[in-house]
Ligand binder design. Sequence first.
Ligand code: ATP
Ligand code: MG
Length: 361
Amino acid sequence: MVLDALKGVTDPDLGADVVTLKFVKDKDIVVDGGRVAVAIETATPSPSKRAALAARVREAIAALSGVSSVDVTTRYSVKAVSAPEHGKPPLPGVKNVIAVGAGKGGVGKTTVSVNLAVALSKSGARVGVLDGDIYGPNVPIMLGLQAQLGTDADKRIRPAEKFGLQVVSMGFLTQDEAPVIWRGPMLHSAIQQFCREVGWKDLDYLVVDMPPGTGDVALSLSQTVPAAGAIVVTTPQQVSLADSRRAVRMYQKLKIPVLGLVENMSFYECTNCHHQADIFGHGGGEQVAHQLDIPFLGRLPLYQPIRVGSDRGIPLVIAEPDSEGTRAFMDLAEGVMTQLAIDAHRNIAAHKGKIPLIQVK
Ligand SMILES: Nc1ncnc2c1ncn2[C@@H]1O[C@H](COP(=O)(O)OP(=O)(O)OP(=O)(O)O)[C@@H](O)[C@H]1O
Ligand SMILES: [Mg+2]
């Protein structure tokens, strides 16, 4: 009866009921007289989504006759967005790679990467950051990390740990004059080798801070690291929007799904009175997203503590957890997790469960 009742509980994002989704099975239900205990799986670690689904489950079971109490617990399971059309093996230890790119430099890719990673981790996910910017590796600065490159027992690169994140910077590749000779195929194989030899540990999400633009390194990296989705960062000015069109097209050509466009430095937020002003105009990012037929993932304020946090190595999401900016990053993280869950389940459904999910070793 309980399982039957749960067939009426739909996951609003995935559009299917929790029994069909295999989020709850017979063994997850314990009935003791009028007391019912259910353990249910959720597609993302998002606390609000978990609470919402648990509430629906509780309501459906409580409506059954003879039920005196309902106890619902949740556990999350992030599925890999397998992309068989890419034909590329996934990175070992990583379920989903999120590429953060832009058509040009200085729009806030690293800021978004780092804060998004912390926001994902705060939501309960296991998260890593790969600093893919060979020529301007800023991730270690923004996370307050000293450059270090240890190896693990398998002789793979051991990620540094900070704020609960696993972190590796490709800037370590270019500590001598080497980049001068790295052109074309050499650059490509160096990036490939580096990316494959990192010992990531059970990551739900790996956020990759992409180098600026759509040049050699960005292309190589996009081809090497099988991204489940890409986020394109832009600022409201017209030039930047034109550039972000190019970035979006690059990902589309590489068959990397574009998760959406984020407008950074969207409006100015005063640190004293929190008044907000649209100094670069309003709605540009949304318009471009609409024109390119990709989702608009939100607006991030131009807010001094974001810059200060970057310089000090303490991301805003940690330094000011209750700020408007942090809320924007948390919303971004939630949107990204939800979209990846939808994509993963769509792929599973498309293959009717016949193709197994990518196994994380
Ligand atoms: N929303 C924001 N509010 C305030 N400062 C910001 C914001 N976003 C980025 N910055 C600041 O702007 C500068 C550029 O940001 P960031 O380094 O993240 O850009 P980027 O796109 O990664 O640049 P690059 O192309 O050089 O890698 C940094 O000093 C950063 O602290
Ligand atoms: Mg950067």
